[in-house]
Write a protein that binds this ligand. Sequence first.
Ligand code: FES
Ligand code: FES
Length: 148
Amino acid sequence: MPITLTINGTRTRITAHPMTRLLDVLREDCGLTGTKEGCGEGECGACTVLLDGVPVNSCLVPLAQADGTHVATIEGLRGRHPLQRAFVEHGGAQCGICTPGMIMAAVALGRKPSMDAMRVGLAGNLCRCTGYWAIYRSIRSAAGASKR
Ligand code: FES
Ligand code: FES
């Protein structure tokens, strides 16, 4: 039975096994390859998308669980979100594997997250490149907050 969800504002019907990972549906059925796979086991956050506004590891979400939800991926930001520019300008993206998930997790933090909110909110998003300060600076810059 098809499952219907709204992806980046577009209502979408997917016919797949209900236990198919949302990550695979996005990348393979929908061609939304901006969402990355790192560990595939819920440990790295590279696959983070927003499910009804809440960040989730899409590698752990079965398609059935997404039935009727609104899913937001990095493509939904259309390259125009202030966080995307800030990550480029402040070195928040280096190899880029963590970046889509990091930005989606950051979107969920709201407009002006505190340092504590950033630390907690991004705790499930691992980055091997930046040392995190560049990521925090990027988010604070996008928010118009004072820079470190
Ligand atoms: S790929 Fe999903 S948490 Fe690592
Ligand atoms: S930029 Fe390379 S893992 Fe984060």
